[in-house]
Write a protein that binds this ligand. Structure first.
Ligand code: ADP
Length: 207
């Protein structure tokens, strides 16, 4: 937010003579106290000034204004992605159910000769567990969401792009693919990665 000329003048006065009461700031500017009331509130709210009762205003320093969007644009998918968990399309539904428990994950990417052909979520597996007679004989390829409907990101994409895809696709996880033609799964981004990033960005006071 750009400050007005008068707000800049107020900052200069407080920097020079603080702590200083509002009446004296107004006097220096040859203005009535009421005229600068709003400016003082704005500068206090933005973090330039602070006020102590009976002492007056003092200068706190230039507040660091960081746009969250700039932070999310500057972090790449490869900076926070996890190791992918994949299973071959010939695996059974039963095998994949075992995998989500063993690996403690929610989405498994399904591959053929190392390249992604589909994915399955917890609810896909639950649905087939309710409706399918023999889970050990049913290949996972029967129930998976298939290419080209898989929403993915690349390692160099920004976290912001990943967040948008998760949001718009209404999904929990994205495979990270090495290239648009090369469909090798090199990582995975989930809501857990994003949440961990938020905790890290939140600072040191969160343990
Ligand atoms: P759940 O179904 O357990 O709530 P999701 O919300 O992630 O988990 O999945 C919803 C549906 O979207 C499922 O049918 C799943 O196969 C599919 N899906 C999950 N991840 C992706 C993805 N990256 N691209 C396309 N479809 C996906």
């Amino acid at each position: 937010m750009k400050l007005t000329e008068r707000q800049e003048q107020i900052i200069a006065i407080v920097k020079d003579r603080g702590p200083i009461i509002g009446d004296d700031i107004a006097g220096s500017l040859e203005l009535a106290r009421g005229t600068i009331r709003n400016d003082l509130s704005v500068l206090t709210m933005l973090g330039y000034l602070d006020a102590r009762p009976k002492v007056g205003y003092y200068y706190k320093g230039k507040p660091e204004l960081v746009r969250i969007r700039d932070v999310l644009d500057s972090i790449k998918v490869e900076d926070i992605m996890s190791v992918p968990v994949v299973q071959d399309e010939k695996a059974s539904v039963y095998d994949v159910i075992c995998t989500i428990f063993l690996e403690n994950i929610g989405t498994v990417f399904i591959t053929r000769c190392g390249e992604i052909v589909g994915c399955v979520s917890r609810k896909d597996l639950l649905r087939s567990a309710i409706g399918t007679a023999d889970l050990e004989k049913t290949p996972i390829s029967m129930i998976m969401t298939r290419m080209p409907n898989i929403i993915s990101v690349g390692p160099e994409d920004s976290i912001y792009e990943a967040c948008i895809k998760i949001e718009q696709g209404e999904i929990d996880a994205l495979p990270v693919l090495s290239g648009e033609k090369d469909l090798k799964v090199v990582g995975r981004i989930t809501k857990t990665n994003i949440n961990r990033l938020m905790v890290d960005l939140g600072g040191d006071d969160v343990q």
